[in-house]
Design a protein around this ligand. Sequence first.
Ligand code: PLP
Length: 424
Amino acid sequence: MTAYKNMTAAERAAEYAKVSAHYEELKSLGLKLNMARGKPGTAQLDLVSDIFDLMHDPADYVSDGIDVRNYGEMSGLPAAKRLFAEILGCKPEQVFVGGNASLQLMYDTIAKAYTHGLLRSPKPWCKEETVKWLCPAPGYDRHFLITEHFGFELITIPMTPAGPDMDAVEEAVQDPAVKGMWCVPKYSNPEGIIYSEDTIRRIASLQAAAPDFLVMWDNAYCIHEFEGEYVPFPDILAICEENGNPDRVFEFASTSKVTLPGAGISCFACSEANMKHMEKLLTVQTISFDKVNQQRHVLYLQNKAHALELMGRHAAIMGPKFRAVLEALDREIAPLDIASWCRPKGGYFVSLNAMPGTAKRTWQLCKEAGVVMTGAGATYPYGKDPQDSNLRIAPSLPPVAELEQAMEVLCTCLKLSALEVLGV
Ligand SMILES: Cc1ncc(COP(=O)(O)O)c(C=O)c1O
């Protein structure tokens, strides 16, 4: 197969006719396929549904002498703190265990900075004239939405294969209005990038002009390898402390993609000084989170080694799906030189860069053929990809056979939109 840009006009016209005919065929199948969001597939949910077989014995309702069924322990069960601390490599006393979603804790952290200020804030952020926020992109749309929602000015920071472009970050934080940044340090959403040690140290040692500069360290995919061995990852809290910035970071994690999304448990981890400040604010808001579910998770996951063993079983389901995506792209798209993509070993996404100016059109063509993908542009602040190039593929939900069909549609749409731009 010749790369499209090396084809003659006549060759491209012939190719366009062939690809268009195939697209019409696919459209006539009336497909209804979804590669939009990073949801575990049914087989993964089935895998963990034995979590409901636990807690029949009255002794199971007691953890470290605490009756988990009652009010109390606002910052979480000690056993749940120990579990997350072991997974994240931090100390149990640095962990706050919350409810069913880490995104809620992230929103709440920003909301508290906005209404009351963080430990080191000269004033609540709502009293600041402007709050600016660094958004490594492509990134997670829901992160960007939270900071947009509070009226912050979002600043795009390009991603590199080692994490956010740290030269750009170091320059941006000279501005005291820049109050923080989003980070997904391991298997970033959507590129699956693992931040390098150098990137992590540069983030921890940033000379930020804002005294309350906040790193939102969303370690959502901390144990989510689907290929190869578990990759150990440094403890950001310890590194920030070593660099004289112990209160800079809030780390987040959850069991959404370990057990059940929306019915798991979540946490944030921070310095003990930050913890005191947050507990003071949180205690106004709630008496305690769902400790019954915390206990259920402690009994089910037990410890890091046991959780990793479960993640190995998720990987056996996820791995073939990611391979199906990459095989389709390698076979159908690579020879045409019209797109590039990442090859992650963990996380929930494959990030695809289509020929500039074709992402929206490709998304629309997919939709018309019955394949739903995350909106083009969603991976950039304000939903605007300046290149109109990035598309996020979420292979986890459909079974492999459906995924193969969906990929056939996507590849066909990528070809059509590239041919339209190149001219036929
Ligand atoms: C980077 C990232 N953080 C957080 C979440 C959501 O986590 P939770 O279910 O704990 O709110 C997702 C879900 O896709 C994600 O990709």
